[in-house]
Design a protein. Sequence first.
Length: 230
Amino acid sequence: MKYIDHANGGTDWVSYPDDFIFQKHLSPTHFTWLLYQKSTDQLLGIGGGAYKFSDKKYTEDIQFFFPSGSSELGQSIPFNVKIDKDGYWHHQGYAKQFEFDVDSGQMMVVDSIKIEEIWEKISPEASSNPLMGTWNLDSYRAFESDSLRSEYHSFVGYLKLVTPSHFVWIKYNKEGDEVMAAASGTYSYKSDVYTENIQTCYPRGEGIVGTSPEFDVRLEPDNWKHSGQV
């Protein structure tokens, strides 16, 4: 991935060194991007939400963002899109910048920042894998001894995106400016066994990053049940 740092007056294309993971994941309906430094086990940024793509116009509806305090949260940002002959995805658009206006008591648009990026595709084309898509966590059990399923409060969003080669999940506050937890990596799915190869984890990756937990899978119409140990 390459970008121009317009926010800080940059004019040249730059990219992060190998110590960083900078990826964008798209399911048919949702997207997320993440920036993670492997040597320090730190999530430096993550954002995502729903998107639309039509007539070379790609629009992101930002539903969560980390670090908190970003003007991008809640915005719908349109991008002009071009896929070049080598398969690189070029897009550029403008994110609004807001400031609080004392007189009106409202957040007012004061400027915009150009976003210009080039992404390289690393996963294969879509397949018939039934796990691919966007999943919303319905309920969970933390331990086998629990007899009841637990559910998150309505203000908690918990999404899992599965692409042909990668997974990413995000737990966030839908009513506030907070990403509570996230993880991502590659995966495999064979004979009803789903294995995650965890490459990033927030807020704590120690003892988790680099592991490959296995989950028993049971698929039902519009429901994915899996159980395992991390």
